[in-house]
Design a protein. Structure first.
Length: 332
């Protein structure tokens, strides 16, 4: 998986050898599940950027908070690879570097860890002060559905599942017919497609049931075959890049402005926001959030209607048999 650049293993631990070994040996999460190939590619790319900026032979212990701050500013301004990026992108890269260092602190050779300490242990990862987390409007979805078949026959089905399951695009694209149980009315979301490597089973949304049956009738298949095979290779699924192109093309055909800062994830935020009034535990389980804090902080958005309900809230009138509270003086 890794490029030639990350092969070999010189004796001295440098920034380059740290990422070589992290990519080759640190392929499992603490719970024992295998990291995704997409995450490993992200790690490899991060290692390349860091090595280009600091030098492959840099001692990881020399990467102080001040030097990482220099990298953050350079990366955001486009000085690292020629492309400006946002704070969240750099945040992910710094977190990968910290993860690689933490991993190295736990690998022992000759009775000693290959990295004596993590110099960034107390470094606070930068956060976006005003992150772009747009939602997609219902009217926009309707207009996109009107042109979806002109883009590709799969697009409307993928949009339906994104709209009514709230699941991530990768989880939807990776579904097989084995995952759809029409008799029990459930969808199995496999762990290998989950960001946290957790398997979920949820009810099939009522508004998706007929769509899935029609999709199966139009593309007959059973067993472990994909719901959305790639047009050029039916053995692999439609990629997220192709699905993104489909949706962008639909925006163009529908003559609707594309949300700034997000694409398919706008469906996931809409799904979560519409369910703010429902038990947060159930919303998290149905949508595939392992912790409710991420759901509440990053996906459920305030909206004018619910804010109006909050500011205009009035306490129900006291019942006649209830006695008013009597203030008790502290000096009594």
């Amino acid at each position: 998986m890794a490029t030639e650049r990350w092969r070999g293993r010189p004796k001295r631990l440098t920034l380059g050898t740290l990422f070589r070994r992290f990519l080759a040996e640190g392929r499992y999460l603490p719970d024992g599940s295998l990291k995704t190939e997409a995450y490993l590619r992200h790690c490899e790319r991060t290692g390349t950027y860091l090595a280009d900026f600091f030098g492959e032979r840099t001692d990881p212990l020399d990467l102080t908070s001040h030097r990482i701050g220099e990298y953050v500013r350079a990366r955001k301004s486009g000085k690292v690879n020629g492309h400006e990026v946002g704070t969240n992108c750099v945040k992910q890269e710094v977190m990968i570097l910290k993860a690689a260092m933490n991993w190295a602190c736990g690998v022992f050779e000759g009775g000693k860890p290959i990295l004596a300490r993590n110099p960034l242990e107390k470094y606070k990862v930068p956060r976006e002060k005003n992150p772009k987390r747009p939602l997609i409007a219902e009217e926009t979805i309707d207009r996109l559905l009107d042109v979806a078949d002109d883009v590709h026959p799969f697009l409307a089905v993928v949009m339906n599942l994104a709209r009514h399951t709230g699941r991530r695009l990768s989880a939807i694209l990776g579904l097989t017919w084995d995952d759809i149980d029409f008799d029990q009315g459930t969808i199995r979301w496999r762990a290998e497609l989950d960001k946290k490597r957790k398997q979920w089973t949820t009810p099939i949304p009522k508004k998706s049931l007929a769509v899935l049956r029609a999709h199966r009738a139009a593309h007959p298949s059973i067993g472990a075959t994909l719901l959305f095979p790639h047009p050029r290779n039916r053995r692999v699924t439609v990629t997220r890049h192709l699905a993104a192109w489909w949706l962008k093309r639909a925006f163009q055909l529908a003559k609707v402005e594309q949300p700034d800062g997000s694409l398919w994830h706008t469906f996931r935020r809409l799904w979560a926001t519409e369910r703010k009034h429902l038990p947060v535990k159930d919303v998290a389980a149905a949508g595939g959030w392992s912790d409710t804090s991420t759901l509440v902080q990053c996906y459920q958005q305030p909206d004018p209607d619910t804010m109006r309900d909050v500011v205009d809230y009035e306490r129900p009138p006291r019942r006649s048999h209830e006695q008013p509270r009597v203030a008790i003086s502290r000096n009594a």
